[in-house]
Write a protein that binds this ligand. Structure first.
Ligand code: MG
Length: 391
């Protein structure tokens, strides 16, 4: 059997580490041919050694220079730097699948490059679709390339929709665990510290997405991602609280039938699906044990308690660059919260103000979308200054 050859952009983060577990479990089916990370070249060197990888990218200039000088990579390793290096890896002639899991929008250009080269794009960085969904999905169509979602909920939707014409879908609900504060009384939310926000009940993830899970901004970004991936209308995309994180989505058809996808709350499941699709073989981890499962609960989301979900839905309905503005405002606000500069409850206020003060036009091209993103960040930063001068 011919092995599927994988390029992994974002090899040292949480998705990257889980991908390596999948690759290690399926060395007979999958071969790692390229890896990249923002700056952790020491870890890249260890991965390159373990998986015998000869194409390595380091995004940050200083770290790239340090990696080159280190002698940590075996002779014959092609070491590339910057976004140009990531683009080169995304188009490696021998690669079949490119998994983009770099933080934020750094992966946008490499993702577009992979699609233009006709590669299968396994997409984990949700900001790429939030910022440029219109252009990314158009490029996939134009080049006949497939996007396989790696985000657990979207991967679940992909699985439920296989073989079902889109016209039959009434709506799709993504499940949300509710994050670190789902059982806190509302009056205590004002005192939440960065340390509190970083304790997620079910999933182990990076700091930004863990805060986004606590505010449900993550679910908001996922609804926008959902809309682009499956060509849905905003009103067809919803969320439901499900504290156990076992059911990842619910697809409701017009006839009232509903399909759900279940798996343990670990990223190795969607990653393996995206890399091996359509093949189904033994997973890297044990499946669900129904004899040990207590109950599956579902309850509606209280948008008063989670204003960022309401704002995300408003941005999605407004369309154009509004989702990108939502994302930019949220990124600026979460960074400030993690740095101790603003209180937890101010995150949604910064985003709401940024949306109110931004122009929500329909971007004609990618540079227009990127400039709206940059402008929204400037507006959000100005909101931080306002907040701090008032306190
Ligand atoms: Mg998710």
């Amino acid at each position: 059997m011919k092995k599927r050859r994988v390029v992994l952009l974002g090899a040292t983060g949480s998705i990257g580490e889980n991908t390596l577990r999948v690759l290690a479990a399926h060395r007979d089916r999958l071969e790692l041919v390229g890896i990249a990370a923002r700056s952790n070249w020491q870890r890249l060197a260890a991965i390159a050694k373990e998986f015998n990888v000869r194409h390595v990218g380091v995004f940050e200039n200083g770290a790239y220079a340090a990696a080159r000088a280190s002698g940590a990579f075996v002779p014959g390793t092609a070491l590339v730097g910057g976004v140009a290096g990531l683009v080169e890896l995304a188009q490696l002639p021998q690669a079949d699948v490119v998994l983009v899991a770099v933080v934020g929008t750094t992966g946008l250009e490499p993702a577009l490059a992979a699609l233009a080269a006709g590669k299968r794009l396994a997409l984990a960085s949700k900001e790429i679709l939030v910022l440029a969904g219109k252009f990314v999905t158009a490029s996939a169509r134009a080049h006949g390339a497939t996007i396989l979602p790696v985000d657990s909920e979207h991967n679940a939707v992909f699985q439920c929709l296989e073989g079902h014409p889109g016209a039959g879908v009434r709506r799709i609900l993504l499940t949300a665990s509710g994050g670190a504060f789902r059982d806190w009384p509302e009056e205590r939310l004002a005192e939440v510290t960065p340390a509190d926000a970083l304790k997620h009940p079910n999933w182990a993830m990076g700091p930004k997405i863990t805060v986004d899970s606590a505010t449900l901004a993550n679910k908001g970004l996922e609804l926008i991602e959902l809309q682009w991936l499956f060509g849905l209308k905003p009103e067809q995309c919803g969320a439901v609280l499900h504290p156990q994180s076992i059911v990842h989505c619910l697809v409701e058809f017009h006839d009232g039938g509903m399909l759900a996808q279940l798996s343990p709350p670990s990223m190795t499941f969607p990653i393996q699906h995206a890399l091996l699709h359509p093949e189904r073989v033994k997973g890297a981890e044990p499946p669900l044990d129904l004899t040990r499962m207590v109950a599956l609960e579902f309850r509606p989301v209280d948008e008063r308690r989670f204003p960022l979900l309401r704002l995300a839905r408003q941005a999605m309905a407004a369309g154009g660059v509004a989702p990108a503005v939502f994302n930019a405002g949220n990124e600026v606000a979460v960074t400030a919260f993690l740095a101790g500069q603003i209180p937890f409850l101010a995150i949604s206020r910064v985003v709401e103000q940024t949306l109110a003060l931004s122009d929500h036009f329909d971007p004609a091209d990618l540079p227009a979308a990127l400039s709206a993103d940059a402008e929204a960040r400037r507006i959000a930063l100005a909101q931080l200054t306002n907040l701090n001068s008032k306190s």
